[in-house]
Design a protein around this ligand. Structure first.
Ligand code: UDP
Length: 474
């Protein structure tokens, strides 16, 4: 055990050209060339706490594939931690979002347990880095590694993917916990400026939104009939799939095939292919408010036409650093059992298999493409890659006006922003309007796709990183 290295398959510099065109590709290559020269033989090491599941793992796959494609020595290591360690880091994560999480303390004992786990990881990391290397530490789980790595001569940057639009007492508690580990770092990256704590020097702050890879199994082109076939095969739509298993691209190696079925618990039978589907796909996390989406839909069922709601997340054993997932899923299932029969018939909870992450991604691709409306009714959100993914697929998105969702959805143009995430009547009204007006949904979907193409693809992401790297090495 110990640190786990995630393999990265480089993507050729020209891989985005068919989408971004020759001029943008040229600029992309020029930026990448400049960063390569600046880095020379330095390694760029990324450290986080999970190889699969959630936005950080998704983003790292995308970004590092491009970076390696430019010949930069970028690596990705995942730390090891006990369930006790991840209980503490999940508590910090929830507090950074302004929520109590499991309600436990963040005191001296938690500092000691946090540091003990990280010092074991730090010993291994320090043996790998050379003076001058760049180390990007992701999220609270890795913040406590900074001191050791700086001691080894690395340029250390901390990237925080989570945060709250307006700090509250809980988020301040989390920042108090993290501050001694990171406060003297030269650079911090946040997805939104307002997430940064007030004590952080403005000149050290970089705001960098993540990007999606339009050719990964999650986002690659898939026709609607193919999406339907995949969803029938995994048991998310009724009807018999034909015998050909849904194929998807792998980052490495020959095409994969969708073979594993989703877990629907007792919330089937699944909808037929010809009824509209409203989708929220997220980790099972209280902050994603799957339960609120369910209530909003169920309470306004008669406004939803013939639509069904699918709430989909990864199977709960699948995400190592997320100890609360099973409990959140159990809560959603209990709430589903309390619904009237008519609502039960039209609301489905699904766990997507995580045996093969790219198969999981292909199923999600099919679901996002099949959905008529995608929602992300988070109570707080770092960025919300699920929003960009759905927009890329031409789907209108109804999302809460929190965190990075606000930077993605243009209200009335690419979807709708829900000012108050707890306002279920308005939420249901926004969703129902899109179900009732397919032409409007399609217009918004087209706008959304354009917006992602302009702002949330790898070349934009790398431009931001280039500025950050240039400021670290001069
Ligand atoms: N996701 C996935 N499989 C699932 C559910 C979600 O791969 O079964 C992905 C989703 O497509 C997105 C990521 O997990 O890429 C979630 O990222 P987001 O930024 O929306 O939220 P986070 O999980 O980081 O809070």
């Amino acid at each position: 055990m110990g640190l786990q290295e995630v393999r990265i398959r480089p993507l050729a510099p020209s891989h985005l050209e068919s989408i971004i065109g020759p001029d943008r590709t040229e600029r992309f290559e020029a930026v990448a060339d400049a960063v390569s020269k600046l880095l020379a033989d330095r390694m760029v090491l990324n450290v986080n706490s999970t190889a699969t599941g959630g936005g950080v793992a998704e983003m790292l796959q995308t970004l590092l594939a491009s970076v390696c494609g430019f010949g930069i020595d970028a690596r990705w290591l995942v730390i090891e931690g006990s369930s006790g360690f991840f209980a503490i880091t999940k508590r910090i994560h929830n507090h950074l979002y302004g929520m109590p999480g499991d309600g436990g303390p963040l005191g001296r004992a938690e500092h000691e347990a946090y540091e003990a786990t990280l010092s074991a990881n730090a010993r291994q990391l320090v043996a790998l880095v050379r003076p001058g290397d760049i180390v990007l530490l992701h999220d609270p789980q890795t913040a406590g590694l900074a001191r050791s790595l700086r001691g080894a001569g690395a340029h250390v940057v901390w990237r925080c993917h989570v945060g709250l639009d307006t700090q509250n007492d809980r988020s301040r508690l989390a920042w108090d916990f993290l501050r001694p580990y990171i406060e003297d770092l030269p650079a911090f990256v946040f997805s939104c400026e307002q997430f940064a704590p007030p004590w952080l020097p403005h000149e050290s702050l970089f705001v960098i939104p993540p990007s999606i890879d339009p050719f990964s199994a999650k986002n690659e082109p898939m026709s609607i009939p193919d999406a339907v076939r995949v969803l029938q095969r995994v048991g998310l739509l009724s009807g018999d799939a034909d015998q050909s298993p849904g194929a998807f691209s792998r980052r490495d190696g020959p095409a994969g095939h969708v073979t594993h079925r989703v877990e629907l618990f007792d919330t089937g039978p699944p909808p037929p292919p010809d009824v509209p589907v409203v989708l929220q796909a997220s980790r099972w996390d209280v902050l994603k408010d799957m339960g609120g989406v369910m209530s909003g839909f169920a309470e306004h069922l008669t406004d939803m036409g013939s639509a069904h709601l699918v709430l989909a997340g990864p199977s709960v054993e699948g995400v190592a650093d997320d100890p609360e997932a099973a409990e959140v899923l159990a809560g959603c299932l209990a709430a589903w059992r309390d619904l009237p029969r008519a609502a039960q018939h039209r609301i489905h909870l699904a766990c997507l298999p995580m045996i093969d992450v790219e198969e999981n991604a292909a199923i999600l691709n099919a679901l996002q493409r099949h959905a008529k409306v995608v929602v992300q009714k988070s109570l707080a959100e770092g960025f919300g890659l699920t929003v960009a993914e759905a927009m890329w697929k031409g789907r209108p998105v109804v999302g809460s006006a929190v965190g990075g969702i606000v930077d993605q959805i243009v209200d009335g143009e690419t979807g709708s922003l829900l000012d108050d995430p707890s306002d279920l009547a308005t939420f249901a009204h926004l969703v129902a309007r899109l179900i009732a007006d397919p032409a409007e949904a399609e217009r918004m979907g087209r706008n959304g796709q354009r917006r992602v193409s302009e702002r949330f693809l790898g070349d934009r992401h790398l431009q931001h990183w280039a500025q950050l790297v240039a400021r670290q090495i001069h």
